[in-house]
Write a protein that binds this ligand. Structure first.
Ligand code: ATP
Length: 425
């Protein structure tokens, strides 16, 4: 098996998309008489600042001769990559015989959870004896090498069926019957997820970029994503491709602790809420969690929409697991689990005789009723009504990171309050 990795062909303003470049390379490989086993779409560390949008890298698994595959990929990148954009620095890496070493596996894992230098990718490509091509700074070699290693590195995969627009339509408004999108999304759920955001009325599967994608349908089953795509009525589709992906798998999350969390990495962390959630300018909601002596600020930003209501329902003392990227010392929440809800609070005692709130009797002297002199040694525990239950809560589809796992996919360690279940409650 020959593995052809490629990355960094597109531009934020000028369009293109590396999935499209990969689909075209795969077509050329097939037209040259070879088989293509699969197209892999790998989402790398979402915190990488060089990314155009979703930090995707691609790999084609084929029986094509490696030198021929490199030439076909090189031709395609030459003709379609947006290299006029200074931030577009394509790279192609070809592994000749499926020989992915332990070092390449480590590199692929770290590309999803950490940061690499271009020279580290170059050294490993040399050491492994992989063929390669690069343009300008060659930053795309990092993603291309990670994509080559991904199949042997990760075990959880999902699917995306992408429909592409004819080139003449790129940059124009997409002509899609949105009723058909919502109906197809409903019919395909839950094997097919994150197609639409019902509350925001948003077709999440349709991008707003000038690039070639008309819509991309994501899910757990290749036939199910194909069926949903086929049920969407729209302008003509120029071509389609099915990708095996690490989208919706939480592959970016590492187990960690508040004391060791570093910026630019994404974590699953435990802690207890120590400050009440506070909504600040712009509608962003902040609170702190603590574990041992260490504290960490967590944030649910405005684009996470109704997720912020769950965050606002938290109280000091709630025991949580939080997931998200650590950035500037703040964890950007993607989901959280309430392990234990704080159902009591300490309150100033009320006088049993006068039914009035007692007053402090001085430092460490408890409380006293101003009217009748009755005393109490300290605050009393009262039960509080809560609007949140134990279990997992998630951002809505409109705010989901490509790599983040939707609760509907299952496999979580306690009850899940999926977007749908909360919506329909
Ligand atoms: P495209 O559709 O072109 O792939 P994108 O949003 O995926 O768009 P890129 O244009 O590929 O972003 O830019 C991301 C760049 O960052 C690539 O050059 C890739 O090689 C590099 N990169 C990816 N992951 C890492 C990482 N963990 N450390 C350092 N660089 C990385």
């Amino acid at each position: 098996m020959t593995l052809v990795g490629l990355d960094d062909t597109d531009s934020r303003d000028r369009g293109m998309c590396t999935t499209y470049a990969a689909a075209r390379v795969a077509r050329r490989i097939r037209e040259a008489g070879n088989d293509v086993d699969r197209l892999l779409l790998v989402r790398l560390n979402p915190a990488v600042k060089h990314k155009t949008r979703g930090n995707a890298a691609l790999c084609i698994h084929t029986d094509c001769d490696p030198e021929a595959a490199l030439e076909l990929a090189r031709d395609e990148v030459e003709s379609s990559a947006e290299t006029a954009d200074p931030r577009t620095n394509p790279g192609v890496v070809v592994c000749p015989d499926d020989a992915v070493s332990a070092d390449v596996i480590d590199f692929a894992r770290a590309a999803v959870r950490d940061f690499h230098e271009i020279d580290d990718a170059r050294a490993l490509i040399e050491q492994a004896g992989f063929l390669h091509a690069e343009w300008k700074q060659g930053r795309g070699l990092i993603g291309a090498l990670a994509a080559v290693g991904a199949w042997d590195t990760f075990s959880e995969w999902t699917y995306e069926h992408i429909s592409y627009r004819p080139r003449g339509r790129w940059g124009t408004e997409r002509d899609i019957d949105y009723d058909s999108v919502f109906a197809a999304a409903e019919a395909g759920y839950p094997a097919v997820w994150d197609t639409v955001d019902e509350v925001e009325g948003q077709a999440v599967c349709v991008p707003h970029t000038p690039g070639p994608i008309l819509y991309g349908i994501r899910g757990d089953d290749p036939d199910a994503v194909r069926e949903v795509a086929a049920a969407i009525e729209s302008e003509p589709v120029a071509e389609t491709a099915l990708f095996v992906t690490n989208q919706g798998t939480d592959a970016h999350l590492r187990e960690g602790t508040i004391s060791t969390a570093k910026n630019g990495r994404s974590y699953r962390l435990s802690g207890v809420v120590t400050t009440p959630p506070e909504t600040r300018e712009g509608g962003h909601v902040f609170f702190e969690i603590q574990a041992g002596i260490n504290r960490l600020q967590c944030a649910a930003f405005e684009p996470t929409k109704r997720f912020r209501d769950h965050v606002r329902n938290l109280r000091v003392g709630d025991d949580l697991v939080v997931c998200g990227e650590c950035s500037d010392g703040t964890l950007k929440l993607e989901k959280f689990a309430v392990r234990a809800v704080q159902t009591t609070a300490l309150e100033t005692p009320t006088c049993p005789g006068c039914d009035r709130r007692m007053k402090s009797a001085g430092a460490n002297q408890g409380y006293r009723c101003r009217d009748c002199g009755t005393t109490a040694p300290g605050k009393v525990e009262v039960s509080v009504a809560r609007d949140i239950e134990p279990g997992w809560y998630e951002v809505p589809p409109c705010a989901r990171r490509h790599i983040a796992k939707p609760l509907i996919r299952g496999g979580f360690d306690c009850e899940t309050h999926t977007e749908r279940s909360v919506l329909r409650f």
